[in-house]
Design a protein around this ligand. Structure first.
Ligand code: PLP
Length: 330
């Protein structure tokens, strides 16, 4: 595997830090917890989509695109990082939002990520819950093409094999850091949604024979949907990096018991996790993804999982979304 073969636009501050969380570890009386700070990727308040966008934006530029089109929830971190990346390289940005939350308040609709999207001058269109977002993006791409423009469609979350290369890169980076620190990682835990993060990590760790298990905590779909979604993308990503067949079914593990009432809907566990991490480690997580991921990890530790292990929680970012949830959190 040789990632330099793929076009890449440098957008992220890398490597992101790998830090211990001693006060959280002590408070939980469990494993040694570390955090991989992908909230510090540096683009427009950071997050995991920036690593994917390094490869996606480069692909768009190579294809001569003048516009990127993508989609997500209203408070999408992916949309915000895409808008910032587009501004950085001089591409127009079209964002399509699915109104997944019933009865959203003013903060959710206009603050947090949405405010930042406007700062980056992205065009925003709202669509009802359940709309066919891929069809909507394709229709706009077609319209732009007939007007002589060159659109490049980025799937929700940037999750296709090209985007997942960003997390193959993260797997290599994490291994190098751990090797340099003499840290034997027993497990990586993170929030999984559109699947590109977990797929890239798993493909990268399998292709390097690292033998480090990854646990995705689902925030969106039930396990019987999420696991095959991650597995299929991990296999396609492994193929792209020249390591076809290295991902086995048992390499893809997701726990989807911490979603609560649905995507983007706060849970008590998420709120507790956000406040614990703020007050014990001075760290900010987000209500939709990393907060639910942490809630899952904390609950599993309380049930006796991961005892004696060195566990790395991959912080996928998203703190800008806190400002879309002001009334829900404190
Ligand atoms: C998108 C996102 C995730 C999930 O990553 P996927 O690659 O979509 O699975 C996790 N955390 C945050 C903060 C995100 O924005």
């Amino acid at each position: 595997m040789h990632l330099a073969r793929f076009p890449r636009t440098r957008l992220a501050h890398l490597p992101t830090p790998l830090e211990p969380m001693p006060r959280l570890s002590e408070a939980l009386g469990g494993p040694n917890l570390y955090v991989k700070r992908d909230d510090c990727t540096g683009l427009a308040s950071g997050g995991n989509k920036t690593r994917k966008l390094e490869f996606l934006i480069a692909d768009a530029l190579q294809q001569g695109a003048d516009t990127v089109i993508t989609q997500g929830a209203v408070q999408s971190n992916h949309a915000r990082q895409t808008a910032a990346a587009a501004a950085r390289v001089g591409l127009a940005c079209e964002l399509h939002f699915e109104n997944r939350i019933i009865d959203p308040d003013e903060d959710y609709l206009n603050s947090g990520n949405v405010f930042l999207d406007r700062m980056f001058d992205a065009n925003i269109q709202h669509h009802p819950r359940g709309a066919d977002m891929n069809a909507i993006m394709e229709a706009q791409a077609e319209e732009l093409r007939s007007a002589g423009r060159k659109p490049y469609v980025i799937p929700g979350g940037g999750s296709n094999p090209v985007g997942a290369l960003g997390y193959v890169n993260c797997a290599i980076e994490l291994l190098t850091q751990a090797n340099d620190m003499g840290l034997k990682i027993d497990r990586v835990v993170h929030a999984t949604g559109s699947a590109g993060t977990q797929a890239g990590l798993v493909a990268g760790l399998c292709a390097t024979n690292a033998n480090i298990p990854v646990l995705g905590i689902g925030v969106n779909a039930p396990e019987d949907v999420q696991v095959p979604r991650v597995y299929d993308l991990a296999c396609a990503t492994a193929e792209l990096i020249g390591a076809p067949g290295c991902v086995r079914e048992q390499d893809v593990v997701a726990n989807c018991n911490y979603i609560g009432d649905g995507y983007g809907i706060p849970t008590e566990g998420m709120k507790e996790a956000l406040l614990m991490l703020a007050r014990l480690e001075g760290l900010l997580f987000d209500p939709v993804y990393s907060g639910k991921g942490l809630a899952g990890m904390i609950d599993m530790i309380r049930q006796g999982e991961f005892q004696g292990e060195n566990v790395v929680f991959l912080h996928t970012g998203g703190s800008a979304a806190l400002f879309g949830y002001l009334d829900e959190l404190l």
